[in-house]
Design a protein around this ligand. Sequence first.
Ligand code: BES
Ligand code: MN
Ligand code: ZN
Length: 530
Amino acid sequence: MNGTQAEKVAIDVLTGDPLATNAAGVVVGVWDDGQMAQDLKKKIDTALGGELARILANGEFKGEPGETFFLPTFGKMKSRYLILAGLGKRDKTTAETLRKLSGTVAGAARRRNLSKLHSTLTENVSDSAQAAEAVVEGTLLGLYRFSDYKSKPQNGSKSKVGKNGEYTLTQLSLQATKTSDRKVRQGVEWGQAIVRATYLARDLGNQPANVATPTMIAETASRETKKRGIRYTSFDRTRMEEMGLGALVGVAKGSNEPARLIQLEYKPAGAANTRPVLLVGKTLTFDSGGISLKPAEKMETMKGDMSGGATVLGTMMAAADLKFPLWIVGLMPATENMPSGTANKPGDVLRAFNGKTIEVINTDAEGRLILADALSYGIKTFDPILTIDLATLTGAVTVALGAHTLGVMGNDQKRIDQIIETGTEVGERGWQLPLFEEYYDQIKSPVADIQNVGGRGAGTITAAAFLSHFVDDKPWVHLDIAGTAWVESDEPYKPKGNVGIGIRLLIHFLNRLAVEKGSRKRPSKPAKRK
Ligand code: BES
Ligand code: MN
Ligand code: ZN
C-alpha cells in the first residue's frame, strides 16, 4: 500500500463478540503453552466443534513467535478464516511482539487477498493503548510498498486471486472491552499518526535522488507543515553564506542541486515548555562521497542518506496531528555530496557557524559538516532545552551494532537514559557508546581547530565527538541511525528499503517530556504482559 491507500483503511474498535465480526479473517494470539487471551479458546473451540483443541494437541500449531495458521471455518464462524498467530513465551510478550506479529499476519493476509481483518491481539498485552498502537503500526507498516515506478500494479500475491489492482486492506477492526475501549481508541489514533508520518519518511527515503532533491524535500516539508500550522522557513545558498554556515555551504558547493536549510517551528498555544526542543536531521539527498569518492557497490543506497531529516519532518507531522502540547523546532540541512570542479577538496578548511575551523581530511565525512552548522545555528537561535540529532552518520555504527540498534551518544546522561528506555518500550532500541575525552585527540588538526575524521578506531564515537564541538555544552543527544535506517531484506513490519526509523521513538520520548513538563498527553509506562 502507499500512503493514500493506507489513509483509506477504516479502523474500527469493537467491544462485542469477536466471533461475530464479518471480517474475512479473525486474528487470535496463541502463546507457546497453547493458551489464548480471555475466554477465546473455549469460545472458538465450541464454534469449531473441537477442531482448535485437536490442532493444538497435535502440535500442528505451536504458538511459536511469528508462526501463523489460517484455519478455514467452513461457515462455522462468520469469518472465512480463523488466523492463529504465535506469540511465543507468555512472560516475554510485549507491544513489540504484537507489532511484529501483526506485520507477519498482514503479509500472509495479503498473499490470500483478504481485505478485512479483525485482530484480537489487543487482548494479549495489558496496556491497551500500547497494544492497539502496535497492532495498527505492525499491520500498516508491514503492508507498506514503494511502487511509484512500477508500470504494473503490485499485488504482492503470487496467486491470481487479486482483482486487477494492487492489494489493499480496506478494513481493520480491533477487539476491545467496555473498560479498554477508550485506551484502544487512543492507541489507534497514535498508531495512525505514526504510520502516516512513517509512510512519508519511507517514501522520501525510497525515492531516487534525482527525485528527492533538496528542493523536492523542501516542497514536501512546506506542504505537510502548511496543513498542520507548523511554521516553515527555508534558507537558500545565498542566505546560508550570509548566515555564516560555511561547513554546510562547503559540502553543497560541489553539487548542481540547490541546497537548503529547512526550518520547521511547531509552537502550539499553551505549550508546556517555554524553550523549545530542537530536532536536527541529516538530510543528505545523495552521498557519493565527493572527491573522496565511494566505491560503486551499494552506492545507490546513499539516496537514503537523508533519513534523519525525513524522521524530523515525520516526527513534527505526527506531533502536530496528535496535538502535542510541546514547542518543537526541526532543522533539516539538505544537500547532495558530489565530486566536481567546485567540490570540497581534502585539505580544504571550512569555517562553521560558531566560528570553529574544520580541516576536511575526507570529503565523505560530510554529514558531520552539515550537522555542525545546523546544530550550532539551531542552539544559538532557539536556546533549546534539549537538542536531539539523527543522522545516517557512520558505516562504523553498523560494524558495532548491526541493523537492529541505534548508536546513542551525547552529553546529557539523564536524557540518554530516557531515550534508550523509550526505545526499548516502543521497539526502536538504542545502545550508548562512550564519549571519553581521549577520543577527542583523534580529531585534532595540525592546521585548523579540528579535522573531520578521526582515523580507523571508534569511527562512530569520533563522529559524535566532532559534533559535540558544535553544541556548546548544551543538553544534546545524538542518534547514529546509519545501521537502522535501511533494511536489506523484508522484516515483519519493515519491507526492504527505508525504515522511517526513529519517528515512533521520538514521538513517545516527546510525550514523556510533555508529561514531565506537567502537560499530560498520555501516560508513558512500559507495556506489561497480562
Ligand atoms: N552517509 C555515510 C554513512 C553511511 C554508511 C550511512 C553506510 C549509511 C550506510 C557517511 O557520510 C559516511 O560516508 N561516513 C564515512 C565516514 C568516514 C569517511 C570517516 C564512513 O562511515 O565510511
Ligand atoms: Mn559520506
Ligand atoms: Zn553521508
